[in-house]
Design a protein around this ligand. Structure first.
Ligand SMILES: [Ca+2]
Ligand SMILES: [Ca+2]
Length: 205
């Protein structure tokens, strides 16, 4: 194998590492860029790329009924009634992580938060609230083949008391085809390097 071929293969492998073959959406939203007075809350139609769908808004709380996961704010989706916030993501394979807490002092029957893809429920989490927030990380792995609406929605009793979310992160993972190409690329480089070492060893002998 010519060194130029080796180099080209190595560069191709590096390029695959740097940029997955297909476009994909990544973001982090901690809901901390909106000014909310400490000990208070506001209802908004949009925050950090998320948009409220329907008449019910997104409630942004700053230490008004429990502490956030990341200071100073977190979101409650049962604002005045069960609400939903969404955004469009590109085709790709993803790992979605977010922190969930029940609202302190409220029952599991009113604290649900669901994740939806194009309106189809993927997961739903709810627990009983205690004296303060109990933040637990949630993880969802999924793949979508086209532009898709990713949404969080309040579930359970619609009564202005609901589950909380904070520190939402969407990361892209390489498609299986990309992995196969990367592994193939490394195999070529590794094989060529082994052959080259063998040649050097033979010359030395
Ligand atoms: Ca936060
Ligand atoms: Ca509720």
């Amino acid at each position: 194998v010519a060194f130029k071929t080796l180099l080209a293969t190595a560069v191709a492998s590096a390029a695959l590492f740097a940029a997955p073959a297909s476009a994909s959406t990544t973001f982090f939203t901690g809901f901390d860029t909106v000014d909310v007075p400490n000990g208070s809350y506001i209802n908004v139609t949009e925050i950090e790329g998320w948009t409220a769908t329907g008449v019910n808004l997104i409630e942004v709380q700053n230490n008004v009924a429990g502490a956030p996961f990341s200071e100073p704010n977190h979101v409650e989706l049962d604002s005045t009634a069960n609400s939903l916030m969404s955004r469009v993501i590109e085709a790709g394979s993803y790992v979605l992580t977010y922190y969930y807490s029940p609202r302190p002092g409220q029952a599991a029957s009113t604290n649900g938060i669901a994740v939806l893809l194009d309106g189809f429920k993927q997961t739903n989490v709810t627990t009983n609230g205690i004296a303060n927030t109990i933040w637990v990380q949630q993880t969802l792995n999924f793949s979508v083949k086209k532009d898709t609406v990713l949404a969080f929605a309040a579930t359970g009793t619609s009564d202005s008391f609901g589950g909380y979310i904070d520190s939402v992160n969407l990361a892209a993972v390489p498609e299986p085809a990309t992995w196969a190409m990367m592994i193939g690329g490394f195999g070529l480089v590794g094989g060529a390097m082994r052959r080259r070492r063998t040649n050097v060893a033979m010359k030395l002998a």
